[in-house]
Design a protein around this ligand. Sequence first.
Ligand SMILES: Cc1cc2nc3c(=O)[nH]c(=O)nc-3n(C[C@H](O)[C@H](O)[C@H](O)COP(=O)(O)OP(=O)(O)OC[C@H]3O[C@@H](n4cnc5c(N)ncnc54)[C@H](O)[C@@H]3O)c2cc1C
Length: 483
Amino acid sequence: MEKPVVVIGSGAGGLPSATAIVEQGYDVVLIERGAAVSHSSSKINQYNFEVSPLPWPTHEHEWSGENQLQRVIALGGSTLRYQAVAHLPSQATVQKWGLDTKTFYKTAYEVKSFLAISGHNTPHHPLNRFSQHLFNTAQKLGWEVSPTQAAILSKPHSSRPACNHCGMCVFGCLPNDKTTTANSWLPRANKTGRLKILTDSKAIKLNLGNKSTCESVDIERQNRKERIPAQAIVLSAGALETPYLLKKSQQTLAPNGIGNKNIGRHLIETNIQSQILLGNNDIENAHAGIPIDLVVKQFEKEGVLLYQGRNLAGIVGPVSLAKYYALHEGPENIRRWMQSHYKRVGVIAAMMEVGGSRYDQIDFNKKSFSFNKTEREKQNEAFVSSLLKRWQKASGFKSLWQESFRYSQNSGAMLRGSCRMGKDPNKSAVNLSGKLHDYNNIFVSDASILNPGLIAHPSLTLQILGFSIGQSVAKLLKGQKPT
Ligand SMILES: Cc1cc2nc3c(=O)[nH]c(=O)nc-3n(C[C@H](O)[C@H](O)[C@H](O)COP(=O)(O)OP(=O)(O)OC[C@H]3O[C@@H](n4cnc5c(N)ncnc54)[C@H](O)[C@@H]3O)c2cc1C
């Protein structure tokens, strides 16, 4: 019998790859470290949802860094927790990455249609009054502003309902209108009958048959070790776990682990600088909507995306907002303050890339990661602050709590770039088809492969690249040249 293709990880990169491979007639074994968690496990219908444990574990206790790592361990990966903003790289960025723009945007169109991205083939989500005001302000400033496109249904689709605009997406989506890889790609791949899923199974080592070919993967499952034979491997365990797995696959044929010197280098993150605003008295329901309502692309060329949304400073409900109040104004009258302010508070934010140009920000032995701000990044921060200030001043909305208060931190959610894609093996870890340089059948399709230039919100790009990489794997197995 033919050996299966093994895909490791079921997040934004993994499940689209698995789908492309099974649809081309090959069997896939999907190894997922976490469990299959139903959308009905979300606790957002309970009064204490904000302080309840999340429905899935995250990596935060395993990897240490300056910011908390929010990545999810479950079938569907971090798409279970994400806010579903659907962003695409600019044409100039795709070109810089060395990819064929025509092919990239053609696949992007197909993937966006399949996912029913709002604002693509379905309507945008309506803006609440707070967002509408910030939208009008941005237009008056002459900025290119639009409602965000999101992988959140604005119309019913494939037996799932339209969004109820509760805005609590990061706690899981109880009605199931947020699109995750588990409720989109997974059912599509299952239809072929060629996908076998091993949940609660952790990949721990790739085994080489010769210097450039992987022949099996070792996994841990129910406290037992198993060996899964493979005719090809797609690694999609995330930007920290994928290089970790390659580095830790030390063996006689690869004494320092698998892959070239660029495995684990060039880690990139998204820094978020936010300002919390209080709308005027006529504003209501600023909390209702999707978590991030607006995007301003005016400054994309300068490496900055501006957003407006409630979640952007970590405000995901009344408890998180009350924490800010307690921190800045003391605990008196907190109930009265919340009653008069809760529905008038919103956030504007700027996202920019950090990292990517330096080496060795991941310590694989200590399982830690770090970023040191460059002079250019510090200057960019100042530029970003001035943009936020301009938007706030022009809106006429008050800045909470002081003029100078801004929340700035790395996302802990959008790590990428640690097995960079490119033509030149001296500068990259995988080629433009996602295959490890110098290896025959080992591919990477998660956030590790991204180069600088995206700024933020990698999940849609990953689904496009993941699907294309899956097609390349199938081509290779058919003896054709991968694209
Ligand atoms: C709170 C939050 C908000 C976000 N908001 C947005 C947004 O609005 N828009 C956007 O585009 N992106 C957003 N993101 C980022 C986005 O979710 C990630 O960039 C994307 O999911 C990364 O995809 P991935 O395939 O690299 O990793 P993941 O989606 O994290 O998938 C990795 C998978 O591999 C599994 N795994 C790990 N190690 C192993 C192992 N050894 N063996 C087997 N399985 C393993 C994990 O359990 C997981 O399922 C957000 C993320 C978070 C956490």
